[in-house]
Structures are given as C-alpha cells and as structure tokens.
Design a binder for this molecule. Structure first.
Ligand SMILES: C[S@@+](CC[C@H](N)C(=O)[O-])C[C@H]1O[C@@H](n2cnc3c(N)ncnc32)[C@H](O)[C@@H]1O
Length: 211
C-alpha cells in the first residue's frame, strides 16, 4: 500500500467506508445521503479506476463498491475525493456476506462484476463467483429491471457466465440473439482488462436484466 492510499483510507474511511460485519441490514438510501439515488453494487473493483470513472460519468447513481483488497480501497477513496465524487461508497469484505446478510430485498438497481478472478484450473472452478447459487442470492436483492453487467477476458469463464445467466429464470439477456453483448461505451477499460488484452485475451461483456 502506498502512503497516499494508506492516508486516504485512514482519513476517508469514516465518511465513505463500510465494514462488512454481517450484523445489520443496510438502508442504502441513508448510506448515500438520503438523496433517493438508485444504487448499483460493484463486486471486485480492484484499484477502482473504472469505478471512479463510471461514478463521475453518472452522478445520479450511487455505486457501492466492494473488495477485500485494502490498497485498492485506499486508491478508490483517493480517486473519489480528487474528483469530488459524492456517489461512491467503499465496502471492505466478502461480497457474499454483504449480499446475504446486509442488503434488503429489491434494494439494488444493478450489479457489476468486471474481470472476476478466473480460477482457470478445473479443481478451482467452484471458487468462481458467477454460479447458479450466486445468482439465487443476488436475484432477490435486485429490483425488477436491474441490469447485471459482467465482463471477463477468460473465455471459458465467459461461457460459464452465459450458461448460468441464461439458465436462471430471474434473468433475461438484453441481447436479442442471446449471446454476448457489444462492449457498452459506459464501461471504461479496467486495469485487469488491460493486462488481459496485453496477453491477447478476448474480452466478453454480458448484459442481463432482472425480470
Ligand atoms: C481480477 S480482480 C479484477 C479487478 C477489477 N475489476 C479490474 O478489472 O481491474 C478481481 C477482484 O475481485 C476481488 N474479489 C474476489 N472475490 C471477492 C469477494 N468475494 N468479495 C469482494 N471482492 C472480491 C479481488 O480482491 C480482486 O480485487
């Protein structure tokens, strides 16, 4: 962690940070200052550059960004302050506990999962985030019409995402032919994506809607 990240974490956490303790159900409107903002959850924001950029481009949406990586949390807090953003909150801990214990039904206007850990080895596939059980957990927390946006540079994982999202009764593909979505202009290049592209990987976006 750089000193800048550590300093931002210490100074800004009391204002914009959220500890995932699994002990209370959140009031997301209150968390975002009572302004009636729709709130999207981003799981695994890494260093947070894309998160900050998307939040700056859409100030009418609250972004609840969760990761376990503390240097990234400091980095995102510093980026948010530098850009004068008031619509980002940073959560520390496991997104599964956040979803299961702390988010009320239909509280989310969207979900973003950009370049989740690919777990390429077969014996580790069960660690992948996007699985039927995960979608069962997410679906009730999403408001009807909420957008689920995933992207990955690992093609076998993209295939798994497409398969499980397509099979789940609570989600429908926004793409008429039922395949991958064209990369939407609102998703900036992420750090991890850049590394994948340097290795010649193909990036796939998936855009599904909660029924
Ligand atoms: C491969 S990185 C991608 C980061 C960023 N989205 C990007 O594209 O540059 C995946 C991130 O997900 C985070 N992560 C993995 N599992 C998580 C979980 N259960 N809860 C919160 N964050 C998680 C990791 O700490 C890591 O920062």
């Amino acid at each position: 962690m750089t000193t800048g990240q550590a300093e931002a974490l210490e100074r800004l956490w009391p204002r914009w940070g959220l500890d995932i303790d699994g002990r209370r159900v959140l009031d997301l409107d209150e968390l975002f200052g009572g302004r009636g903002l729709p709130v999207v959850l981003e799981i695994g924001f890494g260093m947070g550059e894309a998160t900050a950029q998307m939040a700056a481009e859409d100030p009418a949406t609250g972004v609840l960004a969760v990761d376990v990586h503390t240097p990234g949390q400091g980095n995102l807090l510093a980026l948010a302050e530098r850009a004068g953003l008031t619509n980002v909150r940073v959560a520390n801990g496991d997104a599964i506990i956040l979803l299961r214990e702390m988010l009320p039904p239909a509280s989310l206007a969207g979900l973003r999962v950009y370049f989740p850990d690919p777990w390429p080895k077969k014996r580790h596939h069960k660690r992948r985030l996007i699985q039927p059980e995960f979608l069962d957990l997410v679906a009730p927390r999403l408001a009807p019409g909420a957008l689920v946006h995933c992207a990955t540079d690992w093609e076998p994982y993209a295939e798994q995402m497409l398969e499980v999202l397509t099979a789940h009764p609570d989600f429908e593909n926004t793409v008429p032919d039922g395949g991958y979505a064209p990369r939407p202009a609102f998703r900036p290049l992420t750090r991890f994506e850049g590394q994948g592209l340097d290795k010649g990987h193909v990036v796939n976006d998936l855009l599904f809607r909660r029924r």
